[in-house]
Design a protein around this ligand. Structure first.
Ligand code: PLP
Length: 389
């Protein structure tokens, strides 16, 4: 099956579910075991089966199979949130004192979690993961165990050179983990470029209305994550998993359209006199343009960011003047929204790290929905008058 067909049918056979064409929701916490020996084997993982929701359910297996197929991975493990997926994966695959190399410009919640909950690991932050000199210098004489990055970084939309970093990781016998939340498998599949593990916050483009997370990779790694997940306890609800399955069906068509509209908005903003800088790798003047051509050849996704002229107060005024476009901290939905990272998603970072990550007081993140592009441009234009006048 090809990609778009896998998004509809991958990993699900109606014959195994009483002929239901749409995936049923399996609710309940007490599947009866046929006999004691089966109960023992399923509980310890010697046999595949359903014994207790924290150990896996019919619905979690459907999502895991389908997203693993779409990403080109062997196996997957679902979680209640994206951050649960990241945390549990790190607990499962690293030990105290292990060296974890992390991109500085990523989602603030991931950075904060690494700083607070993984302080017994040695976490090394790297400003520009594509700069092998910086990477080699910061890891000189050390043996990194893990390299963690985002293929399209939140919120500055840097594109990661996955192949280069995969080579670096292989030389060091480290695992390369790529958070591909902003790209989705529709636009890029990091495992094909040499990454070992792919992470998604499915709360974003994949599910859109409910929370979830997933770790995808080789069977051996995912098995370890699965064993940890049984006791980590951040199990995704059956309803959210059902929504995820629905979300995946619409994902290809949605993300391609979001990419087209985002490019139109990026072009419009880059010509607007109230705008200082636009961050969108699909623009030819972006420093990420050539990497985007390589890793995101079919479009750069629905996320973009920009800095306005004026002060932080002007920028907040602009946000508050938007009529159609809402102020929401989530992203990837079917409606468009803006976020003010300095005071929300990245407020947790210390001001120095935030500034060196490019998040200034006039920085705005934009998530493109499925509205008519002209309505979005009109709303942006009327609100930007707050700045240009
Ligand atoms: N990864 C990225 C790129 C994100 O933007 C986020 C949240 O915004 C996460 C991970 C965490 O996901 P969740 O909010 O589902 O825990």
């Amino acid at each position: 099956m090809r990609f778009d067909t896998l998004a509809q049918h991958g990993g699900y056979d109606p014959k195994e579910h009483r002929g239901h064409r749409s995936e049923p929701i399996y609710v309940g916490v007490a599947p009866v075991q046929p006999d004691s020996e089966t109960a023992r084997r399923v509980f310890v993982g010697e046999e595949e089966g359903i014994i207790y929701p924290r150990f896996g359910t019919e619905n979690s297996r459907m999502v895991e199979k389908r997203l693993a197929l779409l990403e080109g991975g062997e196996a997957a493990e679902t979680f209640a949130t994206g951050l649960a997926a990241i945390n549990c994966m790190l607990f499962a695959l690293t030990k105290p004192k292990d060296i974890v190399v992390v991109q500085e410009r990523i989602y603030g919640g991931t950075t904060q979690s690494l700083k607070v909950f993984f302080s017994d690991r040695r976490v090394i932050f790297v400003k520009d993961m594509n700069d092998l000199d910086e990477l080699s210098q910061k890891t000189k004489g050390l043996r990194p165990k893990f390299v963690f990055t985002e293929i399209l970084s939140n919120p500055t939309l840097d594109v990661l050179d996955v192949k280069k970093l995969a080579e670096f990781s292989r030389r060091n016998k480290a695992k390369l983990v790529v958070d591909s939340t902003f790209a989705t498998p529709v636009l890029s599949r990091p495992l094909e470029f040499g990454a070992d593990i792919v992470i998604h916050s499915t709360t974003k483009f994949i599910n859109i209305e409910n929370m979830g997370g997933i770790v995808i990779g080789q069977k051996s790694d995912v098995q370890m994550v699965h064993e940890a997940a049984k006791f980590y306890g951040a199990t995704c609800s059956q309803y959210d998993l059902k929504e995820t399955l629905k979300g995946i069906r619409f994902l290809p068509i949605k993300v391609r359209r979001q990419s087209e509209t985002a490019l139109e908005i990026a072009r419009f903003l880059s010509r607007h006199r109230a705008i200082k800088q636009v961050y969108y790798p699909g623009l030819p003047n972006s420093r990420n343009y050539y990497l985007a051509k390589k890793y995101l050849p079919d479009g750069c996704g629905g996320m973009l960011a920009f800095e306005t002229h004026g002060t932080g107060k002007d920028t907040k005024n602009f946000i508050d003047t938007l009529a159609l476009i809402s102020n929401v901290v989530n992203l990837g939905s079917t409606w468009s929204n803006v976020t003010y990272p300095q005071e929300t998603t990245h407020s947790i970072l210390d001001p120095e790290t935030r500034l060196s990550s490019g998040i200034t007081e006039t920085f705005v993140r934009f998530s493109t929905g499925l509205e008519d592009a002209d309505d979005l441009l009109e709303d942006l234009d009327q609100a930007l008058r707050k700045i240009s006048n």
